[in-house]
Design a binder for this molecule. Structure first.
Ligand code: IPM
Ligand code: MN
Length: 351
């Protein structure tokens, strides 16, 4: 039997319940598809920080390296650990250490979900650069706490980093509707973003069949609201991609539907799969977190692991669930009800 070894990091808040939901679905699909999932749990979280003074053990990255993939819930509990500490102690170092430079985030309306827009159908695949740019982590503070304090935070854009994320985007566009939008702010940021635009033109020559356009990020934000149906693959820098994908989540009806994959395309280290939403402390104990984003992310994990058929089946079951009207309105159905519906949709579809 095929076995996939998965590191599971439920993390904080609703990360715990949506990860459990995703695992239930994965186990059920495994039975249908004939694979087994060896899921090893790691309690790395803000709780772990309170007990040990760190978000993960010093050899955490080395521990994770041996797995086929990582399933992550959410990281952050700002009332106890500042986000700048928790995120730089767990999520962000994993993305960087494992070269997960392509953050893939699909945005489309599921059947039965009413988004806030007038358009009733769109299908955007946002490809966010995930290891450098505005998140490079280069910077510092001097004269701390005085009136002369200075903070510097430098974006780092490398030709190699820009080229590889664009190539990844072009390859995705090839398998979809053949359109790619490259997002910068090169009218204001005249060094890094002009380099990005230049590299877009160069890489585009290798993909003559793809229709390429360049947008400034402010215009892209407007387009995603006014004409999302005109967009196919959207490639953006780390911070721009971060912001645009929360917008993407909003237009698809809410963060409870937004899935993501942090991919190492060369497969030299494990990739990581996580919903776009955070730990949502405000609803963490209510049992109403929508598990669809986490379950969809788990489907992306299966796809990455070569289980395309199982991945398709999960997506189809999510669609059956929302078509039944379950999980379509934020906060109405319990996590358990939505998960059970996805599970019975899997059973109805059979093998
Ligand atoms: C995301 C999140 C993270 C990010 C935060 C929690 C650091 O917002 O995955 O979109 O900015 O990358
Ligand atoms: Mn974000």
């Amino acid at each position: 039997m095929r076995t996939h070894r998965i590191a599971v990091i439920p993390g904080d808040g609703i990360g715990q319940s949506v990860t459990e939901a995703a695992l239930r679905v994965l186990q059920a699909i495994g039975l249908h598809e004939g694979f087994s999932l060896e899921a090893i749990h790691f309690p790395w979280s803000c709780d772990f920080y309170r007990q040990t003074g760190a978000m993960m053990p010093p050899n955490g990255i080395e521990i994770l390296r041996g797995f086929d993939a990582i399933l992550l819930g959410a990281v952050g509990w700002p009332s106890e650990v500042p986000d700048s500490v928790s995120l730089h102690g767990l999520l962000l170092p994993i993305r960087k250490a494992f070269g997960q430079y392509a953050n893939v985030r699909p945005h489309r309306l599921l059947p039965g979900v009413k988004g806030p827009l007038r358009v009733d159908a769109f299908d955007i695949l946002c490809i966010r650069e995930n290891t450098e740019g505005e998140y490079s982590g280069a910077g510092g503070r001097v004269h701390q706490g005085t009136a002369d304090e200075v903070a510097v935070e430098t974006s780092i854009f490398t030709r190699r980093g820009i080229e590889r994320i664009l190539r990844f985007g072009f390859e995705q566009a090839r398998t979809r509707r053949g359109k790619l939008a490259s997002v910068t702010k090169s009218n204001a940021q005249r060094f890094s973003m002009v380099l990005w635009d230049e590299v877009t033109q160069i890489v585009a020559k290798d993909y003559p069949e793809i229709e390429v356009s360049s947008y400034h990020v402010d215009a892209m934000a407007a387009r995603m609201v006014m004409n999302p149906e005109t967009l196919d693959v959207v490639v953006a820098s780390n911070l721009f991609g971060d912001i645009l994908t929360d917008l993407g989540a909003a237009i698809q009806g809410g963060l409870g539907f937004a899935a993501s994959a942090n991919i190492n395309p060369e497969r030299t280290a494990p990739s990581m799969f996580e919903p776009v939403h955070g730990s949502a402390p405000d609803i963490a104990h209510l049992g109403i977190a929508n598990p669809i984003a986490a379950i969809w992310s788990a489907a992306m994990m299966l796809d990455h692991l070569g289980e395309q058929h199982g991945a398709q089946k999960i997506l189809a079951s999510i669609e059956v669930t929302t078509r039944w009207g379950i999980g379509t309105v934020p906060g109405r159905d319990t996590t358990d009800k939505i998960t059970s519906a996805v599970l019975s949709a899997i059973e109805t579809q059979g093998k």
